[in-house]
Design a protein around this ligand. Structure first.
Ligand code: 9GV
Length: 276
């Protein structure tokens, strides 16, 4: 029986008190944990990126990229994109509640959300003064990607990065927005939608908590508007990949990273991610 109940006084053992709603300490712990996961899984910290802002590609280096064949440049970018996605997979695994989801749901969320989080993170490596993005160790403009033959997609990627960069999000806001992008109960092929929704609700509370603390609640609807842009960008990425794969099936099959194929090439079965 509960101690103290014999005197008619019911003293709750607070350690075991089940609380049906997340307490503020639970949300604050969630904010801190997601921020830590983001910091631990960024390829570069903000200071390093600041120090690299003066590093540009020379005319000759840009020409070297532009002289690559379409399939060579696609393969090069697929490798770079997979590098960035790997860090996002690691970030996801460290979000409280993500590892408790079913394996298939974790994979479904990463298949549909990892590219979106890479695009959110691109706002950290974007230089608004000259519209360049950090790629392959230096800052590059859209012209560097010309040989991909996807100028509209690249232009949209840069526009999105520019728009998100303009919101001047703090690292903690980027971290929570990234978690919000990933933990989406509306994604296709989810087996236990309710469980994803419970984690999502906590992440939404955490983001609102942070924006309220930063006195920037006005950012919330702007961030939700970005979610629709992200979805369109990822649809465009898959369309371009389908177009490319029609002309270079062997390159995709034999030279693209396995993780890239599992995530973005629909009929590939999942192996790499399970081990990740
Ligand atoms: C994740 N941590 S981080 O610190 O934010 C961080 C993140 C990334 C990088 C290094 N940059 C990239 O990986 C990168 C930059 N820009 C790109 O495109 C503009 C990239 C990148 C990787 N793939 N793509 C790409 C995607 C689609 C496409 F059609 C062509 C290229 C450094 C640091």
């Amino acid at each position: 029986s509960i101690p103290g109940s014999e005197m008619g006084l019911r003293v709750f053992d607070t350690e075991n008190l089940f609380c049906p709603y997340p307490t503020s300490t639970h949300i604050e712990e969630l904010c801190a944990s997601i921020f830590r996961s983001h910091r631990e899984t960024g390829q570069y910290c903000v200071e390093e990126l600041q120090a690299l802002r003066w590093k540009f590609f020379s005319r000759e280096e840009v020409l070297a990229y532009q002289n690559k064949s379409v399939d060579e440049m696609w393969q090069h970018c697929a490798v770079r994109l997979t590098d960035a996605v790997q860090y996002v997979v690691e970030f996801a695994k460290r979000i409280p509640g993500f590892r408790q989801l079913g394996q298939n749901d974790q994979i479904a969320l990463l298949k549909s959300g990892s590219m979106e989080v890479v695009l959110v993170r691109m706002s950290r490596i974007f230089n608004m003064e000259n519209s360049t993005v950090f790629f392959d160790g230096k800052f590059a403009g859209t012209e560097l990607f010309k040989s991909l033959a996807c100028c509209d997609f690249i232009a949209s990627v840069f526009d999105f990065a520019h728009g998100l960069c303009a919101l001047r999000l703090t690292e903690q806001q980027v971290a929570l927005f990234s978690a919000l992008v990933l933990i989406n109960a509306d994604r296709p092929c989810l087996e236990d939608r309710d469980r994803v929704l419970r984690v999502r609700k906590d992440v939404e509370l955490a983001l609102s908590h942070i924006l309220h603390r930063d006195n920037q609640e006005s950012l919330l609807h702007k961030l939700y508007q970005k979610l629709a842009l992200l979805k369109n960008l990822c649809t465009l990425h898959i369309e371009k990949l389908r177009w490319f794969r029609q002309y270079f099936p062997v390159t995709v099959h034999s030279l693209f990273p396995p993780l890239y194929k599992e995530l973005f090439v629909s009929d590939t079965d999942i192996h790499t991610m399970v081990t990740l």
